[in-house]
Design a protein around this ligand. Structure first.
Ligand SMILES: [Zn+2]
Length: 416
């Protein structure tokens, strides 16, 4: 999750009718078929599974299967290879299709399905579920891991939160992460995948990354999600708010009670990221701009926060150059210098001579649950339910199974 920056099938039974009026039966069957066909078009994707993009731009990946597997063409299902195991092999995008080791297969996509007791390793990382490798037009590979949602969360939680944090905080983060993933699954139906396996959605380490306590938290909250007025919403979370949470408008057109921010949180003061300092020289700023789409603006004269959000975070930062000015959003400013160097948009800038002194607070966008705060609240005895109520005021804790009777409603966020 961008620092720390959440989607059913309906089974329909077709009854048999035994009547002397054959034509009537045929007609009804036809209409049932049309109904089922339409239903399948509008059906929500299954909330039991998720599609994770584990590689999006590599020209080559290393694949290994520990145990029995089948490899087939993605769209036709045509068998390509089967075996007791697959030794480490390079899969490359080639003009004719895909090269699996020395063998060129004339398909633009392959599916690898391990037997139930087997596991896939991709670039040294063990993954649960199946994978699809697709050759993209620019001769890079898109690798999508189809994995059970609960298994996906085991590989996410251990990357998003330390295993040694108190259990109730891990449970709260597991519920937020599950809801976030499900939200992505139900709103990304036209995309080939639901989430990316990196920090742009939620960091995912697969089976390799799983840890005992984080897995315990996922299992203890199985199927639990958050809703607002019966609809799913994306419960953003982040490392450290630094004092007060931010309104979700910085993430998009989200104007719902649980994400309006302004939650005063001092519980994260033990976080190493609660306060931080950075120095940037005018030369650093000029260099960074020249490497970016903004280009040279001439020698740097000044850099100031020119607009703040109601919680005091930088909304606009203006950099004055001798030739022209550049106005950046807080997010763009962080992206320009790196999200690890400029940890949050909650900052002040003072200039002395050729140097800008930056005093910052928190790590991440500040929207929703503050992870360091959640850990401390858990130490003080709050339950996962209480922690979630604190950071997402007005949200309801429910389970996916309770929502399965009807298509799951998702908040309307301007098409996002
Ligand atoms: Zn906090």
């Amino acid at each position: 999750m961008v620092h720390r920056a959440l989607p059913l099938t309906t089974e329909t039974q077709k009854g048999h009718r035994n009547t002397e009026k054959m034509r009537w039966t045929i007609s009804v069957s036809l209409w049932i078929s049309v109904f089922l066909w339409c239903g399948s078009l509008s059906a929500q994707p299954s909330p039991e599974w998720i599609r994770v993009a584990v590689s999006q731009s590599d020209p080559e990946v290393t694949l290994q299967v520990y145990g029995r597997f089948t490899m087939s063409a993605l769209h036709t299902g045509e068998p390509i290879q089967q075996g007791r195991r697959l030794d480490s092999v390079a899969v490359r995008a080639v003009p004719q299709g895909l090269a699996v080791g020395e063998q060129v297969v004339p398909f633009f996509g392959v599916k690898i399905e391990p037997a139930s007791d087997a596991a896939i390793s991709l670039n040294g990382k063990r993954l649960r579920g199946t994978i699809e490798i697709v050759r993209q037009q620019n001769l890079t590979l898109l690798v999508i891991n189809h994995v059970a949602l609960e298994d996906y969360l085991r590989g996410v939680l251990s990357k998003e939160a330390p295993d040694y944090w108190p259990l109730e905080s891990l449970k709260a983060i597991a519920i937020a992460a599950r809801t976030y993933a499900l939200y992505q699954r139900l709103t990304k139906t036209t995309s080939p995948f639901d989430v990316s396996g990196d920090v742009m959605s939620q960091d995912y380490g697969g089976k390799t990354a799983e840890r005992a306590n984080t897995t315990r938290a996922v299992k203890a909250t199985r199927g639990l999600i958050l809703t607002t007025n019966g609809a799913l919403f994306p419960p953003f979370y982040h490392s450290t708010c630094g004092g007060k949470t931010e309104h979700a408008r910085v993430m998009g057109p989200f104007n719902i009670t649980p994400l309006r921010g302004g939650v005063v949180c001092t519980a994260c003061s033990a976080s190493p990221f609660y306060r931080w300092q950075r120095r940037l020289t005018k030369a650093d700023v000029g260099w960074a701009l020249r490497q970016s789409r903004h280009g040279s603006i001439g020698p740097i004269l000044d850099m100031q926060v020119t607009k703040r959000t109601p919680t005091g975070r930088a909304e606009t930062i203006t950099i004055r150059g001798r030739n022209r000015d550049v106005a950046l959003t807080g997010y763009e400013f962080r992206a320009l210098f790196g999200f690890e160097r400029i940890r949050s948009p909650q900052l002040t800038i003072q200039s002395h001579g050729d140097t800008f002194f930056i005093d910052g607070a928190g790590w991440g966008h500040g929207v929703g649950l503050c992870q360091w705060g959640a850990a401390e609240l858990s130490r003080r005895g709050l339950s996962a339910r209480e922690i979630l109520a604190f950071y997402y005021p007005g949200a309801t804790l429910t389970s996916v199974s309770e929502l399965e009777a009807t298509p799951i409603r998702v908040i309307d966020a301007g098409g996002r």
